[in-house]
Design a protein around this ligand. Sequence first.
Ligand SMILES: [Zn+2]
Length: 476
Amino acid sequence: MSERSEAGGAGSRPLTEDRSEEADGGTRTRRPRTAAAITAAVLFTAVGVVLALTTPWNPLPGDVPGGRVRPDPALDFSPAEIARSRAFDSAINPPAYAGLVVGLLVILALGLSPLGARLIGLVTGRVRRRFLRVVIASAALATLLRVVGLPFDIWGESVLRRYGLSTQTWPEWLLDQLRSLGVSWVITTIALLLLYAVVRRFPRYWWTGAAAGGFVLVVLVSFIYPIAVEPVFNKFHSLPQGQLRSDLLAMARRDGVPVKDVLVADASRRTTSLNAYVSGFGSTRRIVLYDTLLKSPRPQVESIVAHELGHAKRDDVLYGTLVGALGIAGAMCLLYLLMTSPWLLRRAGVAPTGPPGEPREPGERERGGAADPRSIALVLALVAAGTQLGAPVQNLVSRRIEARADAHALNLTRDPSTFVSMQHELSVRNISDLKPDALEYLLWMTHPSGPDRIAMARNWARMHHVPEPPPLRRAP
Ligand SMILES: [Zn+2]
């Protein structure tokens, strides 16, 4: 990556191709912008092609004798269970939607108006060191956004409490909020420090460094997350010796998935809900069970672990990490295009050419525009908008991958009846949404709904000539 080779520019070229480039820009910034736009297009196309080709769009291929079973909550859930799920849904939706909308509106208002730049100017006014200004600005914005979201989080937590899903005291809950603020602040600050270092050093080609750095950072965070972040929130211990442990490890061996250990998280100090997950990859990959799950009958726990083995066998975490990292790399190119738009910078209250007369620090080539730490609000606003736009695609793909892990569990245990009773138990205990609407699927649903998963088990049974699990409720 050479900055210098481009430095001369072709001053005689007409400026008609890109009117957003003004006096200081012109052809000097047009070439890197074109390259960034092409790279973004290539990376996003690559992500699209990979997702289109590798997502298990049909996790249970083949004909189902007698036709496919449609999801129907009334088959397995009592009217009282359905009513409770509906009531919880209408109680939890207002804080969830309001928190999402208000959080987005606040960061967009800060980033797309001079408000954010002024706020950062205010809190970093007396600070001279650039990196400290990034650290303080990042802390100030992270804290502000958390404070804005707090009333909605308290509202949501009080709903969980009313429905018996939360086991925390308010002080414990608040401590959790501080921990999560700390974790997100550390990750955001490291990312911003790296970004602003690259922007200052390579004012016209920082998208290359940001794309590569973003890719590496996503992979690194996903790898160290289980050992660096998860212990901040939970304590883990090995599943103790006994029948359950030896059965689970035997099942993993039978499945050809090398699992050294199964971990138990002390989730019960926070929640009554049931869950299990796989995180990390390579040497940090681990299967974790919530301790709330251990009271369930052994075949049901096996059914859950068989699903997690499906993720482990396919390396779903690594796959998701690599595709996500590729998407982040593309997003960084897009960020460059937006952050070099004088129009957007002026909207955000940042001078595109920087304050005049300020001396440069060693190694620094640029201090205005995107290199000005006061543009952090704009960066965070664009990242928030991008994350929100990407969520529906992520959820769509995640639901298919989850369904594939379900198919794996059914193939491994060949016990659709236990699968159905476990899914019923999960939905009831977690008060899951039994009939999510289109918007809920789009925004929140990373997994198929309980009735979706139960219908799949019945389809699997029909296809494999195993007795079809009867409805858990007799038809009225
Ligand atoms: Zn899963």
